[in-house]
Design a protein around this ligand. Structure first.
Ligand SMILES: CC(C)(COP(=O)(O)OP(=O)(O)OC[C@H]1O[C@@H](n2cnc3c(N)ncnc32)[C@H](O)[C@@H]1OP(=O)(O)O)[C@@H](O)C(=O)NCCC(=O)NCCS
Length: 150
């Protein structure tokens, strides 16, 4: 498996993975991936490829808060889960943060709903530590924040 930066050729397949996971509206998923990142909050995408097939993606915002990058989207295609793709995407995210963040910011960030046991386990196994819970943040559901110490 390879982790690469998203290119135009990956957009439709990446949007399909996102659609089936979160959006249930392919056009909205495409628009979200294609959305021009603002100067203030650039959104970057990494995709996981098996051969030419997009099997997962991770989107992150640079300088989300206090120079720390933040994972805003993470999804692995059904049928390809539990094969190490989520782990590989998070690992690459951490590598990018080491290059992109100033040394004065020691953490990069991620989060997930407190009910998402798979994602919580994945983050823990990948070396992310729980940093706190924001009550009701995710459409009324509590959101658990993680930090990885670079
Ligand atoms: C969460 C998700 C990204 C995990 O991706 P993945 O490629 O299956 O993860 P990995 O194969 O790298 O799993 C690494 C470890 O995480 C844990 N894990 C992953 N999925 C799990 C599950 N369904 N139940 C329990 N633990 C799980 C395990 O410890 C696993 O190691 P193991 O397979 O050796 O036991 C994937 O299930 C997914 O896309 N879910 C829907 C979207 C989502 O919840 N995104 C995260 C929101 S931030």
């Amino acid at each position: 498996m390879r982790i690469v930066r998203l290119r135009k050729v990956h957009v439709d397949a990446a949007a399909a993975v996102l659609d089936r996971t979160y959006f249930h509206d392919l056009e909205k998923a495409r628009a979200w991936i294609r959305a021009e990142p603002s100067k203030k909050r650039p959104l970057r995408w990494l995709v996981a490829l098996k051969g030419d097939e997009v099997v997962g993606l991770l989107g992150y915002q640079q300088d989300y808060s206090h120079h720390a990058n933040y994972v805003s989207d993470l999804a692995v295609k059904k049928g390809h889960r539990r094969e190490g793709t989520g782990t590989a995407l998070l690992r690459r995210f951490v590598e990018e943060c080491r290059k992109e963040q100033p040394t004065k910011q020691r953490y990069c960030l991620s989060s997930t709903q407190v009910s998402n046991r798979a994602s919580i386990r994945l983050h823990q196994e990948s070396g992310f530590k729980e940093m706190g819970i924001l009550k009701g943040l995710h459409y009324g559901q509590d959101e658990m924040f993680f930090g990885y110490r670079l």
